[in-house]
Design a protein around this ligand. Structure first.
Ligand code: AHG
Ligand code: MN
Ligand code: MN
Ligand code: MN
Length: 336
Protein backbone atom coordinates (compact mmCIF):
# COMPACT_ATOMS: atom_id res chain seq x y z
CA UNK A 1 0.00 0.00 0.00
CA UNK A 2 1.06 3.61 -0.43
CA UNK A 3 3.36 5.14 2.19
CA UNK A 4 1.03 8.02 2.92
CA UNK A 5 -2.40 6.97 3.98
CA UNK A 6 -5.08 8.43 1.75
CA UNK A 7 -8.27 9.20 3.62
CA UNK A 8 -11.70 9.09 2.02
CA UNK A 9 -11.79 12.89 2.33
CA UNK A 10 -8.53 13.25 0.40
CA UNK A 11 -9.61 10.69 -2.21
CA UNK A 12 -12.82 12.63 -2.86
CA UNK A 13 -11.01 15.99 -3.00
CA UNK A 14 -8.56 14.53 -5.51
CA UNK A 15 -11.40 13.05 -7.56
CA UNK A 16 -13.03 16.46 -7.61
CA UNK A 17 -9.79 18.14 -8.72
CA UNK A 18 -8.80 15.55 -11.29
CA UNK A 19 -11.80 15.71 -13.56
CA UNK A 20 -14.33 17.77 -11.69
CA UNK A 21 -16.93 15.04 -11.94
CA UNK A 22 -17.57 15.09 -8.22
CA UNK A 23 -19.20 18.45 -7.60
CA UNK A 24 -18.91 19.87 -4.06
CA UNK A 25 -22.41 18.82 -3.06
CA UNK A 26 -21.80 15.22 -4.08
CA UNK A 27 -18.51 15.16 -2.19
CA UNK A 28 -20.29 16.38 0.93
CA UNK A 29 -23.03 13.80 0.43
CA UNK A 30 -20.53 10.94 0.25
CA UNK A 31 -18.70 12.18 3.33
CA UNK A 32 -21.97 12.33 5.22
CA UNK A 33 -22.99 8.83 4.14
CA UNK A 34 -19.58 7.55 5.26
CA UNK A 35 -20.03 9.29 8.62
CA UNK A 36 -23.46 7.69 9.03
CA UNK A 37 -21.95 4.28 8.22
CA UNK A 38 -19.34 4.84 10.93
CA UNK A 39 -22.10 5.47 13.39
CA UNK A 40 -24.06 2.37 12.27
CA UNK A 41 -20.84 0.40 12.60
CA UNK A 42 -20.55 1.53 16.24
CA UNK A 43 -24.10 0.38 16.94
CA UNK A 44 -23.49 -2.99 15.25
CA UNK A 45 -20.28 -3.49 17.25
CA UNK A 46 -22.07 -2.96 20.55
CA UNK A 47 -24.55 -5.73 19.80
CA UNK A 48 -26.33 -6.95 22.92
CA UNK A 49 -24.44 -4.41 25.05
CA UNK A 50 -26.16 -1.61 23.17
CA UNK A 51 -29.56 -3.32 23.11
CA UNK A 52 -29.63 -3.13 19.30
CA UNK A 53 -30.24 -6.81 18.47
CA UNK A 54 -33.57 -8.51 17.97
CA UNK A 55 -36.83 -7.71 16.29
CA UNK A 56 -38.94 -4.56 16.41
CA UNK A 57 -42.71 -4.80 16.50
CA UNK A 58 -43.27 -3.50 13.01
CA UNK A 59 -43.36 -4.55 9.37
CA UNK A 60 -41.93 -2.64 6.43
CA UNK A 61 -43.59 -1.94 3.10
CA UNK A 62 -41.89 -5.07 1.73
CA UNK A 63 -43.89 -7.19 4.17
CA UNK A 64 -40.77 -8.02 6.21
CA UNK A 65 -40.68 -7.93 10.01
CA UNK A 66 -38.23 -5.16 10.88
CA UNK A 67 -35.20 -5.75 13.06
CA UNK A 68 -34.23 -3.05 15.54
CA UNK A 69 -31.10 -2.39 13.51
CA UNK A 70 -33.08 -1.93 10.27
CA UNK A 71 -34.84 0.97 11.99
CA UNK A 72 -31.77 2.37 13.77
CA UNK A 73 -29.68 2.37 10.57
CA UNK A 74 -32.52 4.03 8.66
CA UNK A 75 -32.78 6.80 11.28
CA UNK A 76 -29.02 7.35 11.40
CA UNK A 77 -28.90 7.82 7.61
CA UNK A 78 -31.81 10.25 7.61
CA UNK A 79 -30.56 12.33 10.52
CA UNK A 80 -27.06 12.56 9.10
CA UNK A 81 -28.25 13.57 5.63
CA UNK A 82 -31.28 15.81 6.05
CA UNK A 83 -29.65 19.08 7.18
CA UNK A 84 -26.55 19.41 4.97
CA UNK A 85 -28.22 21.08 1.99
CA UNK A 86 -26.98 18.45 -0.46
CA UNK A 87 -30.18 16.43 -0.76
CA UNK A 88 -33.68 16.96 -2.07
CA UNK A 89 -35.07 13.66 -0.78
CA UNK A 90 -34.29 10.12 0.31
CA UNK A 91 -35.85 6.71 -0.30
CA UNK A 92 -35.27 3.54 1.67
CA UNK A 93 -36.21 -0.12 1.80
CA UNK A 94 -37.57 0.62 5.27
CA UNK A 95 -39.86 3.55 4.36
CA UNK A 96 -43.18 3.35 2.51
CA UNK A 97 -42.62 6.51 0.51
CA UNK A 98 -39.93 9.11 -0.13
CA UNK A 99 -38.59 11.33 2.65
CA UNK A 100 -38.45 14.90 1.43
CA UNK A 101 -35.88 17.08 3.19
CA UNK A 102 -37.91 19.25 5.64
CA UNK A 103 -38.23 22.84 4.46
CA UNK A 104 -36.37 24.21 7.47
CA UNK A 105 -33.26 22.99 5.65
CA UNK A 106 -31.99 24.01 2.22
CA UNK A 107 -32.90 21.69 -0.66
CA UNK A 108 -30.01 20.14 -2.55
CA UNK A 109 -29.89 18.65 -6.02
CA UNK A 110 -29.34 14.98 -5.17
CA UNK A 111 -31.53 12.00 -4.31
CA UNK A 112 -30.20 9.35 -1.94
CA UNK A 113 -31.53 5.79 -1.92
CA UNK A 114 -30.51 3.12 0.55
CA UNK A 115 -30.90 -0.32 2.00
CA UNK A 116 -29.95 0.83 5.49
CA UNK A 117 -29.23 -2.67 6.77
CA UNK A 118 -28.65 -5.48 4.31
CA UNK A 119 -28.57 -9.03 5.59
CA UNK A 120 -31.12 -8.59 8.38
CA UNK A 121 -31.34 -12.35 8.99
CA UNK A 122 -27.64 -12.28 9.96
CA UNK A 123 -27.88 -9.48 12.56
CA UNK A 124 -28.63 -11.69 15.54
CA UNK A 125 -26.06 -14.36 14.66
CA UNK A 126 -23.04 -12.04 14.41
CA UNK A 127 -22.50 -12.52 10.68
CA UNK A 128 -21.43 -9.64 8.41
CA UNK A 129 -24.10 -7.18 7.37
CA UNK A 130 -23.97 -3.83 5.59
CA UNK A 131 -25.51 -0.67 4.17
CA UNK A 132 -26.04 -0.22 0.41
CA UNK A 133 -26.58 3.21 -1.17
CA UNK A 134 -27.21 4.81 -4.53
CA UNK A 135 -27.19 8.49 -5.57
CA UNK A 136 -29.20 10.07 -8.38
CA UNK A 137 -29.49 13.65 -9.56
CA UNK A 138 -32.92 15.24 -9.19
CA UNK A 139 -34.36 16.12 -12.61
CA UNK A 140 -34.12 19.87 -13.15
CA UNK A 141 -37.28 20.38 -15.18
CA UNK A 142 -39.59 21.18 -12.24
CA UNK A 143 -39.42 22.65 -8.74
CA UNK A 144 -39.90 20.47 -5.66
CA UNK A 145 -39.44 16.75 -5.56
CA UNK A 146 -41.74 13.79 -6.04
CA UNK A 147 -41.53 10.02 -6.10
CA UNK A 148 -41.42 9.97 -9.91
CA UNK A 149 -38.07 11.82 -9.75
CA UNK A 150 -36.52 8.67 -8.29
CA UNK A 151 -37.70 6.41 -11.11
CA UNK A 152 -34.52 6.65 -13.15
CA UNK A 153 -32.61 3.73 -14.65
CA UNK A 154 -29.52 2.59 -12.74
CA UNK A 155 -27.32 3.87 -15.56
CA UNK A 156 -28.18 7.38 -14.32
CA UNK A 157 -26.54 6.86 -10.91
CA UNK A 158 -23.83 9.39 -10.05
CA UNK A 159 -22.46 7.44 -7.09
CA UNK A 160 -23.05 4.04 -5.54
CA UNK A 161 -21.49 2.02 -2.77
CA UNK A 162 -21.82 -0.05 0.32
CA UNK A 163 -20.34 -0.37 3.76
CA UNK A 164 -19.78 -3.78 5.37
CA UNK A 165 -19.89 -4.25 9.12
CA UNK A 166 -17.76 -7.36 9.44
CA UNK A 167 -14.35 -8.29 10.81
CA UNK A 168 -13.42 -4.90 9.33
CA UNK A 169 -15.69 -2.01 8.48
CA UNK A 170 -15.16 -1.51 4.76
CA UNK A 171 -16.58 1.12 2.44
CA UNK A 172 -16.63 0.39 -1.29
CA UNK A 173 -17.45 3.21 -3.66
CA UNK A 174 -17.80 4.22 -7.28
CA UNK A 175 -18.39 7.65 -8.75
CA UNK A 176 -18.03 6.27 -12.27
CA UNK A 177 -14.26 6.13 -12.24
CA UNK A 178 -13.61 2.54 -11.15
CA UNK A 179 -14.15 1.00 -7.74
CA UNK A 180 -12.20 1.97 -4.63
CA UNK A 181 -12.23 0.40 -1.19
CA UNK A 182 -11.65 2.09 2.17
CA UNK A 183 -11.10 0.45 5.55
CA UNK A 184 -12.20 2.14 8.75
CA UNK A 185 -9.23 3.00 10.94
CA UNK A 186 -10.90 3.08 14.34
CA UNK A 187 -8.00 4.83 16.05
CA UNK A 188 -8.08 7.68 13.53
CA UNK A 189 -11.83 7.53 13.11
CA UNK A 190 -11.49 7.77 9.34
CA UNK A 191 -11.82 5.59 6.27
CA UNK A 192 -8.45 4.92 4.62
CA UNK A 193 -8.01 3.92 0.97
CA UNK A 194 -6.92 0.27 0.91
CA UNK A 195 -7.67 -0.83 -2.68
CA UNK A 196 -8.10 0.97 -5.98
CA UNK A 197 -9.22 -0.10 -9.45
CA UNK A 198 -10.82 -3.29 -8.18
CA UNK A 199 -11.29 -5.77 -11.03
CA UNK A 200 -13.45 -8.89 -11.08
CA UNK A 201 -11.83 -11.77 -12.99
CA UNK A 202 -13.92 -12.73 -16.06
CA UNK A 203 -13.81 -16.42 -15.16
CA UNK A 204 -14.62 -18.09 -11.89
CA UNK A 205 -15.31 -21.43 -10.25
CA UNK A 206 -17.50 -20.08 -7.47
CA UNK A 207 -21.24 -19.46 -7.45
CA UNK A 208 -23.61 -18.01 -4.85
CA UNK A 209 -27.30 -18.88 -4.83
CA UNK A 210 -29.83 -19.99 -2.23
CA UNK A 211 -29.93 -23.68 -3.23
CA UNK A 212 -33.00 -24.37 -1.06
CA UNK A 213 -35.09 -22.66 -3.73
CA UNK A 214 -33.87 -24.97 -6.51
CA UNK A 215 -37.22 -26.67 -7.08
CA UNK A 216 -38.81 -23.27 -7.74
CA UNK A 217 -36.28 -22.00 -10.28
CA UNK A 218 -36.93 -21.37 -13.93
CA UNK A 219 -35.34 -23.80 -16.45
CA UNK A 220 -32.37 -21.58 -17.54
CA UNK A 221 -31.16 -21.05 -13.96
CA UNK A 222 -31.65 -24.75 -13.16
CA UNK A 223 -29.61 -25.68 -16.23
CA UNK A 224 -26.81 -23.26 -15.32
CA UNK A 225 -26.50 -24.51 -11.73
CA UNK A 226 -26.90 -28.19 -12.74
CA UNK A 227 -23.94 -27.76 -15.09
CA UNK A 228 -21.86 -26.15 -12.30
CA UNK A 229 -22.78 -29.02 -9.96
CA UNK A 230 -21.79 -31.63 -12.56
CA UNK A 231 -18.20 -30.43 -12.04
CA UNK A 232 -15.29 -31.70 -14.07
CA UNK A 233 -17.34 -34.59 -15.49
CA UNK A 234 -20.03 -32.25 -16.82
CA UNK A 235 -20.17 -29.85 -19.77
CA UNK A 236 -18.22 -27.17 -17.88
CA UNK A 237 -15.25 -29.48 -17.38
CA UNK A 238 -14.36 -27.95 -14.01
CA UNK A 239 -15.39 -28.22 -10.38
CA UNK A 240 -17.29 -25.36 -8.77
CA UNK A 241 -17.39 -24.17 -5.18
CA UNK A 242 -20.47 -22.63 -3.57
CA UNK A 243 -20.84 -19.80 -1.03
CA UNK A 244 -24.05 -18.23 0.33
CA UNK A 245 -23.79 -15.75 3.18
CA UNK A 246 -27.37 -14.44 2.81
CA UNK A 247 -26.18 -10.85 3.08
CA UNK A 248 -26.07 -9.66 -0.53
CA UNK A 249 -23.59 -6.98 0.47
CA UNK A 250 -21.09 -9.58 1.68
CA UNK A 251 -21.68 -12.02 -1.17
CA UNK A 252 -21.08 -9.19 -3.67
CA UNK A 253 -18.02 -8.02 -1.74
CA UNK A 254 -16.49 -11.48 -2.04
CA UNK A 255 -17.11 -11.33 -5.79
CA UNK A 256 -15.41 -7.93 -6.04
CA UNK A 257 -12.44 -9.31 -4.11
CA UNK A 258 -11.95 -12.66 -5.88
CA UNK A 259 -14.60 -13.19 -8.55
CA UNK A 260 -17.68 -15.37 -8.65
CA UNK A 261 -21.31 -15.19 -9.71
CA UNK A 262 -24.23 -14.21 -7.49
CA UNK A 263 -27.80 -15.15 -8.42
CA UNK A 264 -31.08 -14.29 -6.79
CA UNK A 265 -33.37 -15.30 -9.64
CA UNK A 266 -37.09 -14.94 -10.03
CA UNK A 267 -38.77 -18.16 -8.96
CA UNK A 268 -42.13 -19.85 -9.41
CA UNK A 269 -43.33 -19.32 -5.83
CA UNK A 270 -44.29 -15.76 -6.63
CA UNK A 271 -45.48 -15.58 -10.24
CA UNK A 272 -46.57 -11.96 -9.90
CA UNK A 273 -43.25 -10.74 -8.52
CA UNK A 274 -40.21 -10.21 -10.74
CA UNK A 275 -37.74 -11.32 -8.04
CA UNK A 276 -36.84 -10.84 -4.37
CA UNK A 277 -34.17 -8.18 -4.37
CA UNK A 278 -34.97 -4.51 -4.68
CA UNK A 279 -33.99 -2.76 -7.92
CA UNK A 280 -33.40 0.71 -6.49
CA UNK A 281 -31.68 -0.10 -3.17
CA UNK A 282 -29.82 -3.33 -3.92
CA UNK A 283 -29.60 -4.32 -7.59
CA UNK A 284 -28.77 -0.93 -9.15
CA UNK A 285 -25.93 0.14 -6.86
CA UNK A 286 -24.40 -3.37 -6.83
CA UNK A 287 -24.74 -3.70 -10.62
CA UNK A 288 -22.94 -0.42 -11.22
CA UNK A 289 -20.12 -1.38 -8.85
CA UNK A 290 -19.80 -4.75 -10.58
CA UNK A 291 -19.76 -3.17 -14.05
CA UNK A 292 -17.23 -0.58 -12.91
CA UNK A 293 -15.04 -3.50 -11.83
CA UNK A 294 -15.29 -5.17 -15.25
CA UNK A 295 -18.11 -7.56 -14.35
CA UNK A 296 -21.65 -7.88 -15.69
CA UNK A 297 -25.15 -7.68 -14.19
CA UNK A 298 -28.43 -8.78 -15.77
CA UNK A 299 -31.88 -9.97 -14.78
CA UNK A 300 -31.38 -12.94 -17.13
CA UNK A 301 -32.62 -11.03 -20.13
CA UNK A 302 -31.45 -7.45 -19.91
CA UNK A 303 -28.79 -5.29 -18.33
CA UNK A 304 -30.04 -4.31 -14.86
CA UNK A 305 -28.79 -0.73 -15.28
CA UNK A 306 -31.05 -0.28 -18.34
CA UNK A 307 -34.28 -1.23 -16.56
CA UNK A 308 -36.72 1.67 -16.33
CA UNK A 309 -38.21 1.39 -12.85
CA UNK A 310 -42.00 1.43 -12.65
CA UNK A 311 -42.14 2.02 -8.89
CA UNK A 312 -39.89 2.83 -5.96
CA UNK A 313 -39.93 -0.58 -4.29
CA UNK A 314 -39.66 -2.53 -7.54
CA UNK A 315 -38.10 -5.98 -7.31
CA UNK A 316 -35.89 -7.68 -9.84
CA UNK A 317 -34.18 -10.95 -10.69
CA UNK A 318 -30.41 -10.55 -10.21
CA UNK A 319 -27.43 -12.30 -11.81
CA UNK A 320 -24.11 -10.52 -11.41
CA UNK A 321 -20.37 -10.97 -11.15
CA UNK A 322 -17.69 -12.55 -13.33
CA UNK A 323 -18.43 -11.58 -16.92
CA UNK A 324 -18.19 -14.93 -18.69
CA UNK A 325 -20.47 -16.65 -16.19
CA UNK A 326 -23.13 -13.92 -16.23
CA UNK A 327 -22.96 -13.93 -20.03
CA UNK A 328 -23.52 -17.69 -20.02
CA UNK A 329 -26.55 -17.76 -17.72
CA UNK A 330 -28.03 -14.80 -19.62
CA UNK A 331 -27.52 -16.69 -22.89
CA UNK A 332 -29.46 -19.64 -21.43
CA UNK A 333 -32.50 -17.40 -21.05
CA UNK A 334 -34.74 -16.73 -24.03
CA UNK A 335 -34.43 -13.27 -25.47
CA UNK A 336 -37.40 -11.04 -24.73
P1 AHG B 1 -32.47 -7.35 3.55
O1 AHG B 1 -31.81 -7.89 4.76
O2 AHG B 1 -32.03 -5.95 3.22
O3 AHG B 1 -33.97 -7.49 3.55
O4 AHG B 1 -31.94 -8.15 2.29
C1 AHG B 1 -31.76 -9.53 2.39
C2 AHG B 1 -31.53 -10.07 1.02
C3 AHG B 1 -30.08 -10.13 0.61
O5 AHG B 1 -29.18 -9.46 1.39
C4 AHG B 1 -29.75 -11.60 0.60
O6 AHG B 1 -28.97 -11.92 -0.51
C5 AHG B 1 -31.07 -12.28 0.55
O7 AHG B 1 -32.02 -11.38 1.04
C6 AHG B 1 -31.07 -13.52 1.36
O8 AHG B 1 -32.21 -14.22 1.08
P2 AHG B 1 -32.48 -15.69 1.61
O9 AHG B 1 -32.99 -15.51 3.01
O10 AHG B 1 -33.50 -16.24 0.66
O11 AHG B 1 -31.18 -16.47 1.59
MN1 MN C 1 -35.28 -6.22 4.58
MN1 MN D 1 -30.96 -5.93 1.43
MN1 MN E 1 -32.34 -4.17 4.36
Amino acid sequence: MTQHKISLTRYLVEQQRADGHIPGQLRLLLEVVARACKSISQAVNKGDLGGVLGTAESENVQGEVQKKLDIIANEVLIEANEWGGHLAAMASEEMDSIYVVPNRYPQGEYLLLFDPLDGSSNIDVNVSIGTIFSVLKKPEDHPGVQEADFLQAGAKQVAAGYCIYGPQTTLVLTVGDGVAMFTLDREQGSFVLTKENIQIPADTKEFAINMSNMRHWDAPVKRYIDECLAGSEGPRGKDFNMRWIASMVTDVHRILMRGGIFLYPWDKREPGKPGKLRLMYEANPMSWLVEQAGGMATNGRERILDIAPGKLHERVSVMLGSKNEVERVTRYHDPL
